[in-house]
Design a protein around this ligand. Structure first.
Ligand SMILES: C[S@@+](CC[C@H](N)C(=O)[O-])C[C@H]1O[C@@H](n2cnc3c(N)ncnc32)[C@H](O)[C@@H]1O
Length: 277
């Protein structure tokens, strides 16, 4: 089997399984399996695929047609230009969440800052900010074992020495520390929406998705428990689900935050709500 035939075969199997971005995913898979760049693939497309790589390719395609997230099958995913280990038990980093990182970088500017990343999961938010702004110190808080394990591995993988992992529940964690910026992409799917999530998302942990009856539970916890830990003039920025921005803005304003704004993601969905104390 050549690299070219492996690509075509993968693309066809994904298409037959009804996977919509089958071209994008087939390219991702072939790049990952061969460890070649796009340019190298174009150059070497008639090369035979190594039998071990062919076996790996088969197992990835077999898992993918069963709707296991591609990220879990590859074991790694890129977010904001950094690579993160991912797998069962942790939320796959989403491109939408890069908006939260962009807002964080704008809020931090060039000043040194103490930052909290609440509900850190893989650590994609806190680690990306820490790598972009090496003079910051990021505390990444995650409650669940599997996700916490990915968090600590990703800190090491990215050499993010300015990120400290804390295994704790954001609702009960006690600390006297104060922060200049608090970030969070918390679970925010409502009970009603949980019944409509796609097959891939069903493979991700419910503890990373479910945000209470109306999806707002974690925003309320963050405002209640973490606003007192924000320095005067500090900011809070959170990711929100599609259609939630207005309700979260109201919660921010009621809690006393000023200059409350939203930022859209690449699909023009209001994705981040942020405000200043
Ligand atoms: C929506 S995921 C976001 C993960 C990561 N920040 C990202 O953007 O990909 C929410 C994360 O919050 C964690 N989590 C849920 N409840 C928590 C709690 N009470 N305290 C701390 N972390 C919690 C979940 O395990 C999950 O990793």
């Amino acid at each position: 089997m050549t690299i070219f035939s492996a690509y075509n075969d993968t693309k066809n199997k994904l298409r037959e399984a009804g996977i919509e971005p089958y071209v994008f995913e087939a390219k991702q898979i072939i790049r990952f399996v061969t460890k070649y760049s796009n340019a190298q693939i174009l150059e070497k497309y008639m090369e035979p695929l190594d039998p071990i790589k062919e076996l790996f390719l088969k197992s990835v395609v077999a898992g993918r047609v069963k709707r296991i997230p591609l990220q879990y099958l590859l074991g790694e995913w890129s977010f904001f230009g950094y690579d993160f280990f991912v797998g069962k038990g942790v939320l796959c980093p989403r491109p939408d969440t890069e908006t939260l990182v962009e807002v964080a970088l704008d809020l931090v500017g060039n000043a040194p800052a103490k930052i909290a990343d609440l509900c850190a999961g893989s650590g994609c938010v806190g680690i990306s900010v820490a790598k972009e702004k090496p003079i910051t110190l990021v505390t990444a808080v995650e409650k669940y074992d599997a996700a916490y394990d990915f968090l600590t591995r990703n800190i090491e993988k990215n050499g993010a020495e300015n990120v400290i992992a804390v295994k704790a529940d954001i609702e009960t964690y006690e600390t006297n520390e104060k922060f200049d910026l608090i970030l969070s992409n918390p679970p925010y799917i409502s009970r009603e929406e949980m019944s409509t999530i796609d097959e891939e998302t069903k493979n991700e942990p419910e503890t990373a998705l479910f945000g209470g009856e109306d999806g707002l539970d974690f925003y309320k916890i963050i405002l209640d428990k973490w606003l007192p830990r924000l320095n005067e003039g500090g900011s809070l920025a959170v990711e929100v689900g599609a259609g939630m921005a207005e309700r979260v803005k109201e919660l921010f304003i009621a809690a006393g935050l000023k200059n409350v704004k939203t930022r859209e993601d690449i699909n023009e969905i209001e994705r981040v709500v942020y405000g200043t104390l």
